[in-house]
Design a protein around this ligand. Structure first.
Ligand code: SF4
Length: 107
């Protein structure tokens, strides 16, 4: 390795190392995520809606009466947020008042 190439390598290594050290490590919050569209093919397949009250309870697989994304075991993020990440729809935020056919009770 020539002196110049070695110097460039060392400089790039130092820059890369500094970038790793100063890069903020944070979890994606719902505010960072685009809202899931009801027209998204995966959302349609899961019968996702922004408003759980529009779903006829008799069509649900699970008989629990009060089902919203906010009380689903698969919701993530912070209680009280209107839009939150969901394990079923990575990279998107779902409505806390929403619902889909994968709804599961919290343990
Ligand atoms: Fe909402 Fe749960 Fe369906 Fe996610 S899996 S969209 S939190 S009902």
């Amino acid at each position: 390795m020539s002196k110049l190439a070695r110097r460039q390598f060392l400089q790039l290594s130092a820059v890369a190392a500094a970038g790793v050290i100063v890069a903020p490590v944070r979890e994606a919050g719902a505010s960072d995520l685009p809202q899931l569209s009801e027209d998204d093919p995966m959302a349609k397949a899961m019968k996702y809606t922004h408003d759980a009250s529009t779903v006829d309870p008799s069509t649900r697989n699970n008989p629990a009466a009060d089902q919203t994304c906010a009380n689903c075991a698969l919701i993530q993020g912070d209680d009280g947020d209107a839009w939150r990440p969901c394990q079923i729809f990575p990279g998107k935020a779902v409505a806390a008042n929403g619902w889909c056919s994968v709804w599961a009770p919290k343990a």
